[in-house]
Design a protein around this ligand. Structure first.
Ligand code: 1HA
Length: 277
């Protein structure tokens, strides 16, 4: 794949090719642990991918073969969250952030499939990110797990109940209470990942899945993602799904008649539209 790099980022890499955007967390010296700056950049990159109408599928991954992401960078964890980088006013005042939560919501609400491509560790907050992605393709060296109760943290949001929805309640409790690590094969058996491939074939396989999705109707994929998430996102999920219904309605002659009548200062002629059974 002929990836074309763009954007000016320090902690991530943004690339596109063939309708696919690839977003790579690039802090391999910390097993791709994230700091606030990393998350600001990820949010920016996901926005770019969302707005780019040539992009149909997004891959989220980590640099190198050792780790997808090891969660929050514990070395810059302050008293109330994570600190850094240099141009973050809150960090300069010693105020921490938990802004990975914003990224989780963004991935869930993004109306295009997001595929997590995992080599090595998906641990802690990095594990939660993979749980939030639509699909996960794992290399055979991948290791999955939560560490919160070991390092003084927990994710009671998507990290808990979306995980429980994915692997079942008993398994989700085991993952959080014992903080064990699970192999790629164990993860596949519990429905936590979609497939496992040899490390050297990881990107090839992920791109194959992306290409298959790119052949499908973008609107159908958008609606299915929204529908699946609506059930677990409650009112926020319904709000997004309702927004998609509005978008489709705007695209109809019936809705456009309402707009046109207003602009032309006349009564709308809705009689020409059927009252469907
Ligand atoms: O729970 C949340 C949140 C909840 C709610 C709202 C927001 C949240 C935001 C974040 C999080 C969290 O992510 S909490 C969980 C944080 N992460 C961890 O507890 C994982 C810590 N890392 C490890 O347990 C291990 O490094 C490892 C199992 C992933 C790999 O072990 P291994 O192969 O023995 O490598 P190791 O030598 O430990 O790591 C390589 C280098 O990467 C080390 O650098 P060195 O100290 O030798 O210079 C190591 O310190 C560094 N590193 C790895 N993970 C992290 C890290 N440095 C900072 N933070 C890390 N997370």
């Amino acid at each position: 794949v002929d990836w074309q790099r763009s954007g000016d980022y320090s902690d991530i890499i943004y690339e596109t090719a063939e309708g696919i955007a690839k977003i790579t967390i690039n802090r391999p010296h910390r097993h791709n642990a994230f700091r606030p700056q990393t998350l600001f950049e990820l949010q920016e990159a996901f926005n770019v991918a969302r707005d780019d109408s040539d992009v149909g599928v997004i891959i989220l991954t980590g640099a190198g073969e050792q780790a997808f992401c090891s969660g929050g960078d514990q070395k810059i964890r302050g008293e109330d969250g994570y600190l850094g980088g240099d141009d973050d006013a809150a960090a300069r005042q010693g105020i921490g952030r938990l802004n990975v939560l914003d990224l989780q919501v963004q991935i869930r609400r993004l109306p295009k499939p997001v595929v997590c491509m995992v080599a090595g560790y998906a641990i802690g907050g990095g594990h939660v990110l993979h749980v939030c992605c639509d699909l996960t393709i794992a290399a055979d060296n991948a290791r999955f797990g939560q560490t919160g109760p070991k390092v003084g943290s927990f994710d009671g949001g998507y990290g808990s109940w979306l995980l429980a929805q994915t692997v079942g309640l008993k398994k989700a409790r085991e993952i959080w209470y014992l903080c064990r690590q699970y192999s790629a094969e164990e993860a596949r058996e519990m429905g936590l990942v979609n497939t496992v491939v040899p490390l050297e074939r990881l990107e090839e396989e992920t791109v194959t899945w992306a290409r298959e999705m790119l052949e499908k109707s973008p609107l159908a994929l958008r609606m299915v993602k929204g529908a699946i998430n609506a059930v677990s996102d409650g009112a926020a999920g319904m709000q997004q799904f309702a927004g998609d219904a509005t978008m489709l309605y705007y695209m109809s002659d019936e809705a456009q008649e309402g707009r046109d009548a207003f602009k032309e200062k006349r009564s709308p002629e809705f009689d020409r539209f059927p009252r469907r059974p």
